[in-house]
Design a protein around this ligand. Structure first.
Ligand SMILES: *[C@@H]1O[C@H](CO)[C@@H](O)[C@H](O)[C@H]1NC(C)=O
Ligand SMILES: *[C@@H]1O[C@H](CO)[C@@H](O)[C@H](O)[C@H]1NC(C)=O
Ligand SMILES: *[C@@H]1O[C@H](CO)[C@@H](O)[C@H](O)[C@H]1NC(C)=O
Ligand SMILES: *[C@@H]1O[C@H](CO)[C@@H](O)[C@H](O)[C@H]1NC(C)=O
Length: 415
């Protein structure tokens, strides 16, 4: 054991000495370094190994440093490298040859290259670009069960002439598409775009690149690039088929996963049970799709659920939209109260009015008196009785307005 170690240490020392003293291992920088835009917000960096470099005995790598638009650095053994970044303000990078071995680090000098910034003043570019994606069930089920839509909006640059027109493109992976459905401002300038379906994969890790350039007769319009992480702009749909069953003082709440390419186990949920009587809010974070809650039987509850893709399936984004509220308890009945009370009141007022008319002999004045006073009194009594009956029924219905059918029954009895 010990002799081996000694030999190893010995050979290591020799190698180190070789590398550091031997002029042949002096590292030379790569040659022919170029930067080419190969797509929206995407460049290809390429270089060649230095032909004068003795390569037989060295394990060469390249150290790439991005200087603009944002500093970054990494190393690679290849002689090309793809990089994704906004390009409207230009792009600059350097590369050098390096040799790394445990304690030794050798590096050549740097070679640099750059892409110029796009022409136009930055005030002509769009501002406040926001994009969201949403998953819908595909109409072409044989291809992909889900499709992802994209919606972007922006503001016109503050220095953009009135005749400016903007054009939006997106790139996801190798796919690039131009917007076909724009929304416009009052000067007919494009300020929003809608793609009903895209090549975006909401489960993907790649960044979505959005490029908006423009044209104007009066000024050069500077293009604008922005990158979006799919998880950060994905608007998760609300859970589907939320059902609430009320059994005595228990609420049985269930739902199904949202429309999404992610499978069932990828979702977490938040459940909101709002007691509309006392304002109490019960929030539950759940990994399952059902919940049983105890409630009192005098309050009204509104129930909503929302979903988020859990971190086990992708970088967690934000919560999706709440499902439509479902009301249980008294509120639903309260809503029907108006439906019952309004026609009932209207009928009651009509009845009273006709009664008053009769009492004041309006009928008699309007229609010449028919000499039959006995039948008149009889009619009046009948009307009074009818009104009483109707009023009693209304009261009963108002008190026991439990069933939806009650409304129809009462209406029938009134007319
Ligand atoms: C550098 O580029 C030139 C011209 O494109 C080419 O002739 C030359 O072979 C390249 N150098 C290396 C080392 O590949
Ligand atoms: C646009 O963005 C800027 C800063 O990014 C912000 O100050 C401004 O309020 C935004 N304008 C609108 C209309 O949202
Ligand atoms: C905008 O960008 C697209 C994609 O790069 C390009 O095809 C188009 O010619 C550009 N339009 C203008 C007005 O610059
Ligand atoms: C939701 O309910 C409807 C009808 O009630 C049903 O057709 C549909 O399949 C349900 N959705 C899911 C995802 O099961």
């Amino acid at each position: 054991m010990l002799p081996t170690l000694v030999i190893l240490v010995g050979s290591w020392a020799t190698l180190q000495a070789d590398l550091l003293s031997d002029k042949k291992v002096l590292l030379l920088p790569p040659v022919n370094f170029t930067i080419k835009a190969t797509g929206l917000a995407q460049v290809l960096l390429q270089w060649d190994p230095n032909p004068d470099q003795e390569q037989s005995n060295v394990d060469l790598q390249y150290h790439v440093k991005i200087n603009a638009p944002q500093e970054d650095d990494y190393s690679t053994r290849k002689t090309d490298s793809k990089y994704v970044a906004p390009l409207h303000d230009g792009f600059a990078a350097s590369v050098r040859s390096i040799l790394k071995r445990s304690h030794i680090f050798l590096a050549s000098s740097w070679v640099s290259a750059e892409l110029k910034a796009s022409p136009g003043s930055s005030g002509t570019s769009v501002m406040n670009l926001t994009c969201t994606t949403n998953t819908v069930v595909s109409s072409h089920t044989h291809l992909r069960p889900y499709q992802v839509s994209l919606r972007c909006t922006w503001l016109v640059g503050k220095d953009a002439p009135e005749d400016t027109q903007y054009f939006l493109y997106y790139r996801f992976g190798v796919w690039t598409e131009e917007c076909q459905e724009y929304s416009r401002d009052t000067l007919n300038r494009n300020t929003g775009c809608w793609f009903p379906r895209t090549f975006i994969n909401s489960k993907g890790f790649e960044q979505l690149a959005v490029h908006i350039n423009g044209s104007s007769k009066r000024a050069a319009i500077k293009p604008f690039d922005q990158l979006f992480a799919p998880h950060s702009i994905d608007q998760v749909n609300p859970p589907r088929n939320v059902t609430v069953e009320l059994e005595e003082t228990s609420l049985y709440i269930q739902w199904e996963k949202p429309v999404s390419a992610f499978p069932v186990h990828c979702f977490n949920y938040e459940l909101k049970i709002h007691n509309t009587k006392n304002g109490y809010l019960q929030m539950e974070k759940l990994a399952t799709n059902k919940f049983i809650s105890k409630i009192d039987d005098v309050s009204t509850y509104s129930i909503q659920v929302r979903a988020v893709v859990s971190s086990s399936c992708r970088v967690s984004g934000s919560w999706g939209e709440w499902s439509q509220p479902i009301y249980v308890g008294k509120k639903k009945l309260l809503a029907e109260w108006h439906l019952i009370v309004f026609p009932a009141t209207a009928c009651f007022v009509l009845l009273i009015f006709s009664l008053i008319c009769r009492v004041c002999h309006v009928w008699i004045r309007l229609f010449p008196p028919v000499p039959a006073p006995k039948s008149n009194i009889k009619d009046l009594l009948v009307v009074t009785d009818y009104e009483k009956v109707a009023w009693n029924e209304t009261k009963i219905e108002v008190v026991s307005y439990v069933e939806e059918a009650g409304f129809e029954v009462m209406e029938n009895s009134m007319f």
